[in-house]
Design a protein around this ligand. Structure first.
Ligand code: GLA
Length: 340
């Protein structure tokens, strides 16, 4: 097991790598706390890079897809970028039509982090987000620690505190293609331990209604090919041009597998464990031939973004995303790889 700084780019980005005893390897950037490479063994024992990204790390500075990045202060959408907190009205950037998405124009994905190698298997990225950054209240101290384990698990620990009550819901935005070829994810099997998703309007904003997925094209409670129902002529699939929905995880323990995906060609299985209540299942419907390590076309990759309820600050029935002064935001997500 070894964690090290491997280079600093012309643009000043520090590139780190952690490798475990089986040869699984992750590369991480001080910019955006990005996962830029994730090399996992396939059924033939060959290492396959299962995440989308760029060969030249400095290109992440102009990325518009959030490839591999830490997302904050609030992942997903906030209706009209507006919310009330402690009697004050806040207004955030409209960077997704009429709405606020993934922390704004220069969210946590566009920042440089202090990086620290912690022991032989972890890298910790941290930063102070000033009061008012992207319109959010409070000076927030944020840290994300990536740990690679010898059981081929990549664990992500998110931590945050604020000197003033604010809102917080962090995630990582890796795009996976478990075959590593980034041709299509339609033949991947996916399973989501979620009987409901948060219904959305035509702008992908949830308002509190839950949709029971049982027996619908949105049902992934048993493993199913991503492509099986994706072409169904159904309201939500038409709005999102594929899957792009917040699945509400069935109650259980953080030790239960909450979701998994399986690459049909590679045999690589990725299991997701999390203490977050929800997962955004997104099938890369906005990818349109983005050039990076590969060319990323429509539905060539999928995301399983562990998160709190989207737009929760405007929907009282959703679990709160408020982070109070003196409290610590601390959550964990783990992606575990094997071959099946
Ligand atoms: C999330 C959203 C999608 C899209 C991507 C980034 O997954 O739910 O609608 O905005 O991020 O392109």
């Amino acid at each position: 097991m070894k964690a090290e700084l491997i280079k600093t780019t012309a643009g000043g980005i520090k590139v780190f790598a952690i490798e475990n005893d089986n040869g699984m390897r992750v590369e991480l950037l001080s910019y955006g706390a990005i996962i830029s490479k994730l090399l996992v063994k396939d059924k033939n024992g060959e290492l396959v890079d299962v995440v989308a990204g760029y060969d030249d790390q400095d290109e992440y500075k102009s990325d518009a897809c959030y490839f591999g990045a830490l997302i904050g202060r609030v992942g997903n959408r906030i209706e009209k970028g507006r919310f009330r907190l402690d009697g004050a009205e806040y207004s955030l950037a409209h960077n997704d039509g009429n709405n606020h998405l993934h922390g704004g124009v220069n969210g946590f994905n566009k920042k440089e982090y202090n990086a620290e190698i912690v022991g032989a298997s972890s890298i910790k990225f941290s930063r102070i987000s000033p009061n008012g950054e992207e319109g959010y209240p409070g000076t927030m101290t944020v840290a994300v620690t990536y740990t690679l384990l010898n059981d081929d698990a990549l664990e992500i620990l998110y931590e945050a505190t604020s000197d003033k009550t604010t809102i917080c819901s962090l995630t990582n935005h890796s795009y996976f293609n478990l075959n590593g070829d980034f041709e299509s994810v339609l033949e991947h099997d996916v399973c989501l331990k979620a009987s409901c998703l948060t219904d959305v309007d035509g702008e992908l904003i949830p308002h509190g209604e839950l949709l029971n997925v049982k027996g619908t094209p949105y049902d992934f409670t048993a493993p199913k090919k991503v492509g099986r129902d994706i072409e169904c002529d159904d309201r939500l699939l038409n709005v999102a041009r594929g899957y792009d929905f917040n699945y509400v995880l069935d109650k259980g323990s953080a030790d239960d597998v909450k979701a998994y995906a399986h690459g049909d060609k590679s045999g690589i299985l990725m299991q997701v464990f999390t203490d977050r209540p929800c997962i955004q299942f997104y099938t890369g419907n906005f990818l349109d031939g983005v050039k990076g390590k590969k060319t990323y076309g429509y539905q060539s990759a999928l995301c399983l973004e562990t998160q709190g309820y989207p737009n929760a600050i405007n929907v009282p029935s959703f679990d709160s995303m408020v982070l109070k002064t003196g409290r610590k935001y601390q959550t964990k997500t783990k992606y575990v790889f094997s071959v099946e």
